[in-house]
Design a binder for this molecule. Structure first.
Ligand code: UD1
Length: 338
């Protein structure tokens, strides 16, 4: 069984390729390397003993997508990570986000619709819930108006897939709504490689810890939470990668209850920004230089998952704690700065 992983050189994509290969799947990666590096292939090979097939290709070029599926007729499973993901940038460059995240999704789905049977896993996000009214967040919590073009592409992406599945019974799809992915592979061979100044908390923490950044700005401590800082559900990237394999297997084995399903992928536990900092200090033995500043526009106060559906229906559960994930993030940071 050959699986196409778009964005397979990226953070979550590369960890998923490892888990797929560990399970015996044959993988072909498409990546344009706009936010990743070809050397990730060596990391994957070091862990699994196998270098996956790789096509450097921009999915915005429709004829190249068509040509790919012509050449790889045996690809009937796709895990689609390739997308832009910087919330702030999406506000500045909305059309770039709609073209990158929506245009490419449509091209891939068009190809899958031609097949007798196809399985599709989509990278969605808890951002679709906005500030949910109830915690923990279940999958049937209402989708709120998107705060950014990035968030909108995740909502629209889900709708495009759902609409397509309604009329194409041969297409089976699962959208995974990720909470906050973090960490790196235990081997130290692959991890997060943010280009420029990281926007996400954990890479900013580890880069500050290693001295690459002077101090971490904590965006607000006046939220209505126990310590005043925002609460998120930090999920270890290897746990998240495994959720993709389980979801794909569900489709391949025909275990899905409908041809479009949605699952939350989180730990079910919320941690505050200050708790994440404490976790870093504990695993690294270093004090982190940080300062509380004003709130970041668009941040929700609290978001953590109800994972009951993923646990029961997918048979998947996060296994790693925040400290374990932070430890691997820290090992990785030290390795890449060596
Ligand atoms: C954001 C998006 C999410 C997207 C993800 C991808 C929103 C509401 N969520 O997640 O949809 O999938 O990025 O990158 O836009 N923080 C600091 N200092 C920092 C960085 C972060 O205090 O330097 C705080 C934030 O205020 C937040 C928490 O850390 O409370 C996590 O932030 P981040 O890692 O950026 O993730 P989200 O904003 O949850």
């Amino acid at each position: 069984m050959k699986v196409l992983v778009t964005g397979g050189l990226g953070f979550i994509g590369s960890h998923t390729v490892v888990e797929l290969q560990n399970k015996g799947f044959e993988v072909v990666i498409i990546d344009d390397c706009s936010n990743s590096d070809e050397s990730v292939l060596d990391g994957i090979e070091a862990i699994t003993g196998k270098k996956p097939a790789f096509e450097k290709l921009d999915l915005k070029e429709k004829h190249k997508v068509e040509d790919f599926f012509q050449r790889y007729q045996d690809v009937t499973g796709v895990i689609h990570f390739a997308a832009s993901k910087a919330v702030g940038e999406s506000v500045e460059k909305p059309l770039l986000y709609y073209e990158n995240n929506i245009g490419t999704l449509v091209y891939i789905l068009k190809e899958l619709c031609k097949k007798n049977k196809a399985s599709f896993i989509f990278s969605s996000s808890c951002t679709v819930y906005g500030q949910a009214d109830k915690m923990p967040i279940t999958e049937d919590a209402p989708v709120k108006a998107a705060e950014s073009p990035y968030g909108n592409t995740k909502q629209m992406g889900e709708e495009i897939i759902a609409d397509t599945c309604k009329v194409i019974p041969n297409l089976n799809a699962i959208a995974l709504r990720y909470f906050n992915p973090m960490g790196a592979h235990p081997s130290g061979e692959i991890g997060e490689l943010p280009k420029g100044v990281p926007q996400n908390l954990v890479p900013f923490i580890t880069q500050t810890g290693i001295g690459l950044r002077e101090e971490l700005s904590v965006f607000g401590d006046d939220y209505p939470t126990p310590d005043g800082t925002c609460i998120r559900d930090y999920i270890y990237v290897v746990d998240l990668a495994k959720a993709h394999v389980v979801a794909l297997e569900r489709l391949l084995n025909g275990k899905n209850e409908s041809n479009y399903e949605v699952f939350n992928v989180g730990t079910g536990k919320g941690s505050s920004v200050l708790e994440a900092i404490k976790s870093f200090e504990k695993v690294s033995g270093r004090k982190l230089n940080y300062k509380v500043v004003g709130r970041r526009p668009g941040d929700v106060t609290t978001a953590y998952a109800d994972t009951t559906k993923a646990n029961k229906v997918l048979g998947w559960k996060a296994e790693y704690s925040l400290d374990e994930a932070m430890n691997y993030a820290w090992i990785w940071e030290q390795k890449i700065r060596d």
